[in-house]
Ligand binder design. Structure first.
Ligand SMILES: NC(=O)C1=CN([C@@H]2O[C@H](COP(=O)(O)OP(=O)(O)OC[C@H]3O[C@@H](n4cnc5c(N)ncnc54)[C@H](OP(=O)(O)O)[C@@H]3O)[C@@H](O)[C@H]2O)C=CC1
Ligand SMILES: CC(=O)[C@@H](O)[C@H](O)COP(=O)(O)O
Ligand SMILES: [Mn+2]
Length: 381
């Protein structure tokens, strides 16, 4: 029986992780969970899974939750995420929070030699060198949840990684795939939130529409698989059936395919190296699909992808700024305070203003993250 601490239990990945746990009660149990403030979603989860500890985003949410569950141990704040990620009772940490708030929990879980299933890509974008260094030091292999990285992880099974030539990440194109840059003037939040293939949280859905999601994923792939940026390609593939591919030295390409359903990469990470059957997942019917489409990724059309490659190649705190500026700008867009095209403008401004600090330690990263967020807000004054 694997005992799980689930960070981000009320989110899109969190809920689908609970689907996997629910269907395999002899294999998994929920020891602890964390969420921000969505009490309405959390209450039925707590009733069903009876976690021993619940971590919430703030003191108000803690008080409200304790009114419901007077005997439940509730901790407020991100130190609580560290507590449940390092507890003796935890075997596996599933990090599915949104944003760099998940960083310290990932680092500490690794330090305590927990298995870590990582959906929280912002952790690797903001501080990939620290996470990978710690993973190496403590002999922990990170288990990717992100569909592209799970695909690559599966394509590398049993392969000699020295013969890996190129990673090819696929991108759906997001909600505005078929629009020109001119068409993007005046698009709404509601339009941006309509992803063609995946039902995900709001922030990542906007990231898909700006193509920053693929930019973050290029950086995530660089850290997870140790591949230099000039050997990581992105191609447009509107069906999201091929989740990603690996090209080897003999020009063989191995791809991982499946219907778009995050429960599949989630179960793979939770139960690695064995696979689990899941009800409700759909078999891939290539005859029914008929055709798969591929096209070149235009970095002028999607400047966020270009900025991510540039920040990744620059390294140091440049990717911390990329991530923090993106988180702040997307939040402003979701709150209706800026337009869709202003997201990329604010990120560019923050990157242009930053001088990268090489090999930053954790304190430097947290400080740059904080400063970048307030700088982005100050651009609106
Ligand atoms: N959704 C998907 O299909 C995919 C997601 N990912 C990645 O997985 C991560 C989660 O994405 P997704 O599930 O879509 O996001 P959601 O927005 O749906 O969920 C985010 C979760 O994080 C919680 N949370 C937010 N802030 C805090 C905080 N300060 N303290 C504790 N918990 C917090 C939320 O709580 P609350 O509900 O209270 O706000 C919620 O449980 C992201 O990094 C994303 O990029 C990767 C691949 C696919
Ligand atoms: C499901 C998943 O892994 C998302 O990150 C997905 O990749 C988003 O799709 P696009 O970014 O390709 O639009
Ligand atoms: Mn992805």
């Amino acid at each position: 029986m694997k005992s799980i601490s689930l960070l981000g239990a009320t989110g899109s990945i969190g809920i689908q992780t609970l689907d996997v746990i629910r269907e395999h009660p002899d294999t998994f149990s929920l020891f602890a969970m964390g969420f921000g403030e969505n009490i309405g979603k959390a209450i039925p989860i707590i009733k069903e899974f009876s976690p021993k500890i619940v971590v919430v985003g703030n003191d108000n949410t803690k008080r409200e939750l304790q009114d419901y569950f007077p005997r439940l141990e509730v901790i407020a704040g991100k130190e609580g995420l560290v507590t449940i990620s390092t507890a003796d009772e935890t075997d596996l940490v599933v990090n599915a929070v949104m944003g760099s708030v998940g960083l310290q929990a990932t680092l500490q879980a690794i330090e305590h030699r927990k298995q870590v299933a990582l959906a929280n890509k912002e952790t690797l974008v903001t501080a990939g060198h620290l996470v990978m260094e710690k993973a190496k030091q403590h002999g922990v292999r990170l288990l990717p949840v992100d569909s592209e990285h799970s695909a690559i992880f599966q394509c590398l099974n049993g392969e000699n990684e020295k013969q890996l030539n190129r990673l090819i990440l696929t991108a759906s194109g997001g909600s505005f795939r078929d629009k020109t840059r001119e068409d993007l003037i005046g698009v709404t939040r509601e339009d941006a939130l309509k992803h063609p293939n995946w039902n995900m949280g709001a922030k990542i859905t906007i990231d898909s529409a700006t193509m920053m999601n693929k930019g973050l994923e290029v950086i995530e792939a660089h850290w997870l698989f140790g591949v230099p940026y000039d050997r990581i390609d992105v191609i447009m593939h509107k069906e999201s059936v091929i989740h990603s591919m690996v090209e080897f030295d003999d020009n063989s390409v191995i791809a991982q395919l499946g219907t778009p359903d995050m429960r599949v990469p989630i179960q793979y990470a939770l139960n690695y190296p064995d696979r689990l059957e899941l009800s409700g997942t759909k078999r891939l019917d290539l005859i029914e699909i008929g055709k798969l489409h591929f096209s070149e990724m235009d970095q002028e059309r999607f400047p966020c992808l270009r900025m991510a490659y540039e920040a990744g190649k620059e390294g140091g705190t440049m990717t911390t700024v990329l991530n923090a500026a993106n988180e702040a700008a997307v939040q402003l867009f979701l709150q209706g305070q800026i337009s869709f095209l202003q997201i990329e403008e604010l990120i560019k401004k923050a990157l242009d203003a930053h001088q990268s600090i090489k090999q930053p330690d954790l304190q430097t990263i947290l400080e740059v993250d904080r400063q970048t967020r307030s700088q982005v807000l100050s651009y609106l004054d």
